[in-house]
Design a protein around this ligand. Structure first.
Ligand code: HEM
Length: 531
């Protein structure tokens, strides 16, 4: 198998053209010297345009120019042909990767009849994208796709040493095991219920206050702060709370930097820093190391961490042979805060938008809660399994507005592999367009309608086994925080509906904006009435 094409290999046809033009010009120099300059330049332009078009033709292959070598070397051996947009020269399909990439890629796959697998080029990076549960399963469960491609910004922000981007190997397995035992185990999630209840009370108090003072509640800020507090306390105990604001700002900045489009990520130009993103990432990484490192040091010097259940204390209490080095500890603590904050608040904002928009569904959900515990009863985690309609609402929002429509973090083929009988070369980035799958009429009746009832008729698992709806991904790199995230969202949603009636303050705008996650473009503004 040939290695993936480099920028140099793209330049070769152009260079050949230029050399050819120069040769022609020198060969006929004597003839040309007797001609006038306008004639020479016209001849030169015509020839260059002709040769440039030939070289463009060479690039314009299915999937775009990052696949040029592929078609050259593999087409005859293929049983199934690769399908994909040719895209723009040099840029490939990069211009489509903005805040609506998921919808554009979905439309492209449909129009090319390439929902099972579509090839495209993001600059010099070859990409395949699945918009079908069967090929999604091959990618997400395939051992050849257990690594992730990493952007420079994520690398500098230390995520390569954390679970999300560490290459799948001994270190990554060790991190995942530690996290699933000490951060995401059912016992630990259960132990954090008091914290979730406290944070929900605080959020509801703030909502009442905003309603009194401003006559309207903008939920985004309140949910973000609540999520941040919730994750900080579960990671650091009460220690990290003094630095809450600073850590919150760091999460915001990190989120912005990772979401930023960087030309250097798609071409072999890593030494460049066009938008100053790398410089800002280095600065932020130094701040994170200092601040999180300081919290770790304080905890080490403190009255002891044995017996405490926050994640940091459990990391420090690990037996010597399992313990992480200081910088790795900082990386994983930072990742937990980073991943645990926005995912939950973004999902809840979408859910509340749907609740405000569909008053009948909101009333039905509240009735379900009242029937179970009464209007003045106290809601607990243990009530959630008895609230199937509430759970169906969460599933339906995850279907219509998956926070990671392209599963946020792509996978990387670490060897040549076949997907749907198509050869995918090592080094190819593989994505799953979960948004396209969860809006596909072949798998969902009336896919654009908000109908939680569909999940009462058919129990669809959202944890990664049914690829028609896998908002947390699937396979070896499935989201390890899914149970914690869902438990938090279910409890907070139930409490918000039980304590308040929700109405729109203005027309609910469901426009989407894809950054690291799929957010509501305009923040939701509601009127909240205490019951
Ligand atoms: C609504 C909540 C959440 C959603 C929708 C979500 C979604 C996702 C998705 C789509 C992936 C990629 C999975 C794949 O490649 O197959 C992922 C990975 C990950 N998530 Fe979540 N997530 C959520 C909550 C959380 C929380 C609360 C945490 C931690 C506190 C977390 C930590 C992670 C980590 C560490 C990974 C990387 C796993 C790996 O590469 O091995 N997530 N998440």
């Amino acid at each position: 198998m040939k290695p993936p094409p480099t920028l140099l290999s793209f330049q070769i046809p152009t260079l050949l053209c230029l050399v050819l033009v120069l040769l022609l010009v020198t060969t006929f120099e004597s003839t040309l010297s007797s001609c006038s300059w306008p004639l020479i330049s016209t001849l030169f332009i015509i020839l260059s345009t002709f040769l440039f078009s030939i070289s463009l033709n060479y690039w314009l292959v299915p999937g775009g120019f990052a696949w040029r070598n592929y078609h050259h070397y593999h087409n005859e051996k293929q049983t199934t042909k690769l399908i994909g947009p040719k895209g723009f020269p040099i840029l490939g399909s990069l211009p489509h990767m903005g805040s609506h990439a998921h919808t554009k890629l979905s439309n492209m796959a449909t129009s090319l009849n390439a929902r099972r697998l579509m090839a495209l080029s993001l600059g010099a990076t070859p990409v395949v994208i699945s918009s079908h549960p069967e090929t999604a399963r091959e990618i997400l469960y395939g051992s050849s796709f257990s690594d992730r491609p990493i952007k420079e910004s994520a690398k500098i922000l230390m995520f390569e040493r954390a679970i999300g981007f560490a290459p799948s190997g001994t270190y990554w397995r060790h991190l995942r095991r530690i996290a699933s035992l000490h951060m995401f185990s059912p016992r630990r999630i259960q132990g954090l219920e008091g914290l979730r209840q406290r944070v929900a009370d605080e959020m509801m108090m703030r909502m009442c206050k905003e309603m009194e003072e401003k006559g309207v509640v903008e939920v985004r800020g309140i949910l973000q702060e609540g999520s941040l507090r919730n994750i900080l306390e579960s990671v650091f105990g009460t220690n990290g709370l003094d630095q809450r604001e600073e850590l919150g700002n760091m999460v915001k900045e990190g989120y912005e930097l990772i979401s930023k489009f960087n030309l250097e990520d798609y071409f072999p130009l890593k030494f460049l820093d066009f938008h100053g993103v790398k410089r800002r990432c280095h600065k932020l990484a130094a701040k994170v190391t200092r601040l999180v490192g300081q919290i770790v040091e304080e905890r080490k010097r403190g009255e002891g961490f044995e017996g405490k259940s926050d994640f940091l204390s459990t990391l420090l209490s690990l037996p010597k042979e399992e313990r992480l080095g200081d910088s790795d500890m900082v990386a994983i603590l930072w990742e937990m805060i980073f991943r645990g904050t926005d995912t939950v608040s973004i999902l809840l904002e979408w859910i509340m938008a749907r609740m405000v928009l569909h008053q009948d569904i909101q009333i039905k959900a509240r009735q379900e809660i009242d029937t179970l515990i009464g209007q003045n009863g106290h809601l607990q985690d243990s009530d959630i399994p008895n609230l199937p309609y509430l759970q169906a609402i969460v599933k339906e929002v995850l279907r219509l507005h998956p926070p990671g429509p392209l599963l946020s973090w792509a996978r990387l083929a670490n060897q040549d592999v076949h997907v749907d009988k198509v050869l995918v070369p090592a080094g190819t980035t593989a994505m799953v367009n979960m948004w396209a799958i969860s809006h596909d009429p072949s798998f969902w009746d009336d896919p654009w309608a908000f109908k939680p009832e569909r999940f009462l008729k058919e129990d669809v698992s959202i944890m990664g086994s049914d690829l028609r709806l896998a908002p947390f991904g699937a396979g070896r790199r499935v989201c390890p925080g899914r149970a914690l995230g869902l438990t938090t969202v279910h409890l907070w949603l139930a409490l918000l509906l039980h304590h308040f009636k929700w109405f729109p303050a203005q027309r609910v705008n469901l426009s989407e904006s894809l950054r690291l996650s799929l957010e509501m473009k305009s923040p939701l503004r509601c009127l909240v009435v205490r019951r």
